[in-house]
Design a protein around this ligand. Structure first.
Ligand SMILES: NC(=O)C1=CN([C@@H]2O[C@H](COP(=O)(O)OP(=O)(O)OC[C@H]3O[C@@H](n4cnc5c(N)ncnc54)[C@H](O)[C@@H]3O)[C@@H](O)[C@H]2O)C=CC1
Ligand SMILES: CC(C)CC(=O)C(=O)O
Ligand SMILES: [Mg+2]
Length: 351
């Protein structure tokens, strides 16, 4: 079993280090090879996703990813920016299904941005499409008829792209509360109308799942008003990106939300995938030892479960994180004082 470890930029290396320590402590016989990705890869090799990094990712059973993004690189041409590395990995490896679970940990209800009784009911899964939408459409700058500069990004989804993520979402709903909420903007966007039509077609294969459609503006509101009503949410790349950051604050912190990005490729051990916290490189706190590594540690647990068939080890990690939070060991993101390594030590002690 082999994992590619891609720490990236900013707090990426800090949080990834703690997740690697946790995997090592479990002594599961997993080989881990590290490579550069993002701004640090651009600075060292001239490209945010060097060929050797992509080759290592392809040759592994799974990828543990930190975060990319570096303010020094924000003025580079788009294709050289750090963010292109994560977009490139998702696209090149056909990782089209991004699973972002959001559940309130026992005892953390009062740390949510919502009232505790509202937060306490949260147990949802966002299934975000990851290979299409406005992130991957034609984009550029042009001059309009008035001679002004104009920026454009084409939003589109093909029916096969919607169909394959719909099946992932319906199957996820079958394994949970059998309720699926498809989030779109079909009252305005043709992309969303096609999305909705295809979701309705796929729903015929899953008669036990209760399907609901919701416009994204309403979904953003309902996520704050009554998040406990959601079971599985399926949505496109852009809306899923935004709603999952919002869901993280309903749970308590963006430092708690893990994710799995999966495709269809199977290895000898499970489904090939990339695992990363939902947050970015957090330049405002990078290098200070303040980042909460729990989202990355929980991403490592998802990796063990989905890609390596090690469900018991994954359970141990998740139980250790829950125990640490129950003990009140909290990072600054949750109003506490524990630093990155201290949180890592506390998780290791509970394994
Ligand atoms: N998958 C990826 O690699 C992603 C990369 N980015 C990139 O990251 C850079 C920063 O983006 P932002 O919009 O600031 O989003 P961000 O998620 O990096 O940070 C947003 C806020 O949350 C805080 N935060 C994030 N993770 C935290 C953690 N583990 N513990 C404590 N606090 C945490 C940060 O300090 C900041 O105040 C940009 O270059 C962006 O493009 C953003 C999102 C995802
Ligand atoms: C940095 C972006 C490419 C993506 C993002 O914000 C995310 O995947 O959560
Ligand atoms: Mg995001």
């Amino acid at each position: 079993m082999k994992i590619a470890v891609l720490p990236g930029d900013g707090i990426g290396p800090e949080v990834t280090r703690e997740a690697v320590r946790v995997i090592e402590a479990l002594d599961l016989g997993i080989a881990m090879d590290e490579a550069l990705v993002g701004g640090c890869a651009y600075k060292a090799k001239g490209h945010p996703l060097p060929a050797e990094t992509l080759d290592l990712a392809r040759a592994s059973d799974a990828i543990l990813f930190g975060a990319v993004g570096d303010p020094d690189c924000d003025a580079l041409e788009r294709h050289l920016r750090p963010e292109q590395a994560i977009l490139g990995l998702r696209k090149e490896l056909t990782l089209f299904a991004n699973l972002r679970p959001a559940k309130v940990f026992a005892g953390l209800e009062s740390h949510s941005a919502l009232r505790p009784e509202v937060a306490g009911a949260i147990d949802l899964l966002i299934v975000r499409e990851l290979n299409g939408d406005v992130y991957f459409g034609e984009k550029g700058f042009r001059q309009n008829a008035k001679g002004e500069r104009e920026g454009y990004d084409i939003m589109s989804y093909s029916e096969s792209e919607v169909r394959r993520i719909a099946h992932v979402a319906f199957r996820a709903a079958m394994g949970r509360g059998k309720r699926l909420c498809s989030v779109d903007k079909a009252n305005v966007l043709e992309t969303s109308q096609l999305w909705r039509d295809v979701i309705v077609e796929v729903a015929k294969d899953y008669p036990q799942v209760e399907l609901e459609h919701m416009y994204v503006d309403n979904a953003a509101m309902q996520l704050v008003r009554a998040p406990g009503k959601f079971d599985v949410v399926v949505t496109g790349n852009l809306f899923g990106d935004i709603l999952s950051d919002q869901a993280s604050m309903c749970v308590g912190s963006i430092g708690l939300l893990a994710s799995a990005s999966l495709g269809e490729r199977q290895t000898a051990h499970g489904t090939f995938g990339l695992y990363e916290p939902i947050h970015g490189s957090a330049p405002d706190i990078a290098g200070k030892g303040l980042a909460n590594p729990m989202a990355t540690i929980l991403s490592a647990a998802m990796l063990l479960r989905h890609s390596l068939g090690l469900a018991q080890a994954a359970d141990r990690i998740e139980a250790a994180v829950a125990a640490v939070l129950a003990d009140g060991v909290l990072g600054g993101d949750l109003g506490g004082t524990a630093g990155t390594a201290e949180i890592g030590d506390a998780v290791l002690a509970k394994l």
